[in-house]
Design a protein around this ligand. Sequence first.
Ligand code: AGP
Length: 622
Amino acid sequence: MCGIVGFTGSRDQAAPICLDALTKLEYRGYDSAGICVLSGGEFNLIKAQGYVKILAEKTDGGRALPGTTGIGHTRWATHGEPNETNAHPHISSGGLFSIVHNGIIENYAPLREFLISRGYEFTSATDTEVAACMIEFFFRETREEKPNETPEAQVVEAISRAARRMTGSYAFGILYKNCPDRIFAAKRESPLFIGVSPEGQYLTSDIAASLHKTREFITLADHEIALISPEGVKVFSGELDELEKKPETVDWDVEAAEKAGYEHFMIKEIFEQPEAVKKTISGRIKNGRVVLDDLDISEEYLKNISRIYITACGTASYVGVAAKYNIERYCRIPVEVVIASEFRYCEPILDETTLVIAISQSGTTADTIAAVREAKRRGAKVLSIVNVVGSVIATESDWTLLTLAGPEICVASTKAYSTQLAVSYLIALRLAEVRGTISAGEYAAIIADLQRLPEAMKTALALKPELSYLASRYFIANDVYFIGRNIDYAVTLEGSLKLKEISYIHSEAYAAGELKHGPIALIENGTLVVTVAAYAPLAEKTASNAVEVKTRGARILAFTTEKTAAHFKEIADNMIVIPDIHEALLPSLAVVPLQMFAYYVALGRGCEIDKPRNLAKSVTVE
Ligand code: AGP
């Protein structure tokens, strides 16, 4: 997720205002930034890799870019390495347009080919530069067809024509060289706002960036296009009808605005999961098949894999546990999940037919980096699943599949976990298809449910009031045990970690069948046992385990589906029923109420939540 800013006014210099707005986006994390000012019919553009303060130095606090109209950008790379070349703003190859973008143009590759065939040249690897050239291409077409239209009208129509040919999400800030004092804006799925004030108009992807300048904001809706000038704002529909859009007063404080009105980043990121998963899988399922264009692995290699190690830390390692069940079930490849701090010293038995999958949100976790290096030293190939382009783990792996969760601010991982799970499903399906170990019917059934997963996650999120209530009943617990079988067990590991890391309650996860081999001695009167029983084939057995602890005084909080709820009607003290979905994808739904339960328990205990004690977002030391 990138940050977009812009300003056009009659007096104030645009670059310092853009710089100031970009620093307000600092909390989101990014890898490069840039500003372009339109002055005297010329674009003055400066970009920098790294933090905004480097851009501030390069632009002498904005003074090196004189002019009253400009756009700025902070980049969280999704296409192309995080370097100055790929940083925004981008200029179209004919030099007419300067553009900043937040979102993903899924079909940028064929569009790029189309433009190259018409003589366009590219300097970056980004989808954004393709968008700039698409707008320029359709501007030339519009200007030819409608020479008597004003330049503003020609640009608005060009944006509309270009947008219709792009699939995916976008929020654009656009300057046209021959329209001084004008900023054009357009959006689809990615947020975009225009702050209005007597001093001028502020374009922003994040209200927090301009809330200190104005509280009056116009919110653009999907497909709308805005023409912004020092005098005001005109908004057009995708069909070019002019719309009446009144600014609304935002009464949030800046901190609340950074969280888009949520109380904490954690709950904001929990609710961002459907969109993050949708972004992560879209463009990777085409015509009912998994298509990993960004994975240059030969089918030969995939067919010859004899075993898989999955190595990661914490939450990422629990994705590995869930992936193990799916890969072994559908691909018939033995999978061993070894946490990275152990993998690096356990002398793993690897060879050229061993695939090591390293999972890491940050891409900078020291133990996981060491595990990747150890795997390569021993002759294995490494496929990493990371959320940060250009991170150490991404650059040192043989192959990388990106999660498109956007910046995850809360130390406790939620949307990164869900997008890592989504990528693991894609890998399992691709492996199973190449190795012929899955029936066409099963493959199609999983694909169908994977495509409806984001909507199903929204249904699970709607359980928020129930989880808030249950947390109010259990937030004083001292010891909590999570139990489940098979793929449900994988989810209990994550549910237990979420609870312990933000509420500081002692919590442990056990395979439900393991209780009687010792842990059941810990059960006392009133002990809370969270039972995850979404996986139907073993739900009855898990229910029996729940009875074992209930008869010893435990309270049972069951997480089931419509299919498995019947087993718990007489047993559970409280039950949460999640939507049903293909069993391979159950972790993505079962985890959502567990995340909310942990969040509300921590809230009830007055814990810090976004920055829990003793924890760091990325553990960059051993
Ligand atoms: C999860 O909520 C924790 N923040 C922690 O377990 C984290 O998942 C682990 O440190 C791995 O981090 P990474 O994904 O950035 O490598």
